[in-house]
Design a protein around this ligand. Structure first.
Ligand code: ZN
Ligand code: ZN
Length: 365
């Protein structure tokens, strides 16, 4: 299996997980129905706003636009649950397929659509169910943010149109650019929801199957960003059962507690570990509204920096794969079997696994 310059393929029932993830992202994104949204909002604007008269927009107009966009995307909240549940179950099935190859390919339409259904059909543990619920609410939160951004953008475009008396035809064109142009902020926002939430759900479903004491190896796509290449691609980590609270910035800088959590964040993986509030940049701005001149920059603290977690960031398509470090090793970004080269395994094991085991022994949770 290659990690760095080819896509790792994990054949399950003849289908690689990557194809399925792409499909999942696409179904998720298509579910937002932008074509219909565009048709509906332009019709709405034509009927309600009388843009040709050069009449200034009233507060009521803006409120109506707000309500219209909100109603449209609130209906999509049910789809978020559907696709997050399916992504999670997909991760679980892929993991299962690596243990016992599946007899038939996974078909999305056969998978559950609700957390409760998934919990029943797949006998999810309480811990898995909680992780799945968390992934659904994460997705719902991001959908709500994208909805709010959409409301702002639509209002801005309409407001600008009315102010400059551009007329209805220009409005259609301007909204079309905002919705469908690949580089538009809005379009990227919605793609980000579909891609990030699919991948998050898949990885949660997968990692939920890996018990404390087991190990994972990270794989990134060839075009992955520098932090993913550095912290995930080909890197091996132990999976631990986390404590209820893994935050640590409140511990004194030189304390044992602080050292312990810093070590665990850098060297271990757990279900629901995320990079929320962290960044890949080494430094941060003191005044957020000022530029990057040296006197406005401070080094980021430990709890503000990216740690190995998937997804690392929105759009991350990296994934974890279970690895048994007593039987396998990683060389040149590939997972290899110990039996093929005992000496190479030994050297890798001594330099990569033993230090991690020593850290675990010291800081074990
Ligand atoms: Zn990345
Ligand atoms: Zn990544």
């Amino acid at each position: 299996m290659r990690a760095s310059n080819a896509v790792p393929k994990y054949e399950v029932g003849g289908i690689s997980h990557l194809e399925q993830l792409r499909q999942l992202e696409k179904f998720f994104y298509d579910g937002f129905e932008f074509e219909r949204f565009y048709a509906d909002i332009t019709k709405f604007a034509e009927e309600k706003l009388h843009l040709e008269d050069g009449r200034p927009l009233a507060l009521d107009d803006l409120r109506e636009i707000d309500g219209f966009v909100r109603r449209f995307f609130e209906k999509k909240l049910a789809d978020v649950e559907l696709w997050v549940v399916r992504g999670f179950v997909l991760g679980k099935l892929i993991e299962r397929g690596e243990q016992v190859p599946a007899l038939r390919p996974i078909r999305f339409e056969d998978l559950p659509t609700k957390v409760r259904e998934a919990a029943r059909e797949f006998s999810l543990t309480a811990r898995e169910t909680r992780a799945l619920e968390w992934a659904v609410s994460h997705g719902a939160e991001h959908l709500t943010n994208a909805t709010n951004d959409t409301i702002n953008t639509v209002q801005q475009v309409i407001f600008d149109n009315a102010k400059n008396r551009k007329g209805y035809r220009a409005l259609r064109r301007d909204l079309e650019t905002e919705f469908f142009d690949n580089d538009s902020e809005l379009n990227r926002n919605w793609k980000r929801v579909a891609i990030s939430e699919s991948n998050n759900a898949f990885n949660q479903g997968y990692i939920a199957q890996i018990g404390g004491g087991e190990w994972v190896c990270g794989f990134s796509l060839p075009d992955a960003c520098p932090p993913c290449k550095a912290l995930i691609d080909g890197r091996v980590y132990p999976v631990i059962r986390p404590e209820a609270d893994m935050s640590y910035s409140h511990h004194a800088p030189e304390s044992h507690e602080r050292a312990k959590y810093e070590w665990l964040w850098e060297h271990a993986i757990w279900l629901e570990k995320d990079n929320f509030g962290r960044s890949g940049a080494e430094r941060k701005r003191i005044n957020k509204d000022s530029g990057n001149q040296p006197e406005n920059l401070l080094p980021r603290e430990h709890h503000e920096k990216y740690m190995p977690a998937i997804p690392m960031h929105p759009y991350c398509r990296c994934r974890w794969v279970r690895l048994n470090p007593e039987k396998m090793y990683v060389a040149g970004g590939e997972m290899k079997m110990r039996v093929m080269n005992e000496a190479a395994w030994r050297a890798w094991h001594d330099s990569v696994i033993l230090p991690l085991q020593a850290g675990l022994a010291q800081y074990a949770v």
